[in-house]
Design a protein around this ligand. Structure first.
Ligand code: 5GP
Length: 141
């Protein structure tokens, strides 16, 4: 459990500014917020990345995430926000325990910076991808 900084926070070994807790989920303020109210929502299960998380913890997170978003927006008075969940160092993950960021976006130059280099979906590639992903889902639902 306590092999990451978030494991230690969950175990109560180091402090946090807690905003929510239940049997499976803990939410607390980010120590280096991008904006006021930046909150982390963390399963107690020590999965490093989202794909490794159990259905039970995923369901518990999904159940409370919108509620915590509403509370953060009510508290900050901000109506727009990003929810971010990074997986792997190449995807900007620094703490290897699943966590969702709730990042209020009070203005255009505040909050999460995004580079969204979109391209058109190739039809042949789409057909192939649907086959690959649906096959993978059948093998490991
Ligand atoms: P990641 O890049 O892994 O998605 O984000 C990790 C987040 O955890 C960062 O936003 C960072 O500020 C936050 N963080 C790292 N260590 C601590 C800590 O000890 N306490 C709290 N509250 N947040 C932390």
């Amino acid at each position: 459990m306590a092999d990451t900084i978030f494991g230690k926070i969950i175990a109560g070994e180091i402090p946090c500014h807690r905003v929510y807790e239940d049997d499976r989920v803990l939410a607390f303020l980010d120590i280096n917020p991008l904006t006021r109210g930046h909150t982390l929502v963390v399963p107690k299960e020590p999965a490093a990345t989202l794909d490794q998380l159990s259905d039970e913890s995923a369901a518990a997170l999904g159940r409370v995430l919108p509620r915590i978003c509403r509370a953060v927006m009510a508290a900050t008075g901000v109506r727009e926000y990003n929810v971010l969940e990074n997986n792997g160092p190449g995807a900007h993950q620094a703490v290897f325990h699943v966590h969702f960021h709730i990042i209020p976006r009070p203005g255009p130059n505040e909050g999460l910076g995004l580079r969204w280099a979109a391209r058109s979906l190739d039809q042949g590639e789409a057909v192939e991808l649907v086959k690959l992903i649906t096959t993978a889902l059948q093998k490991a639902p």
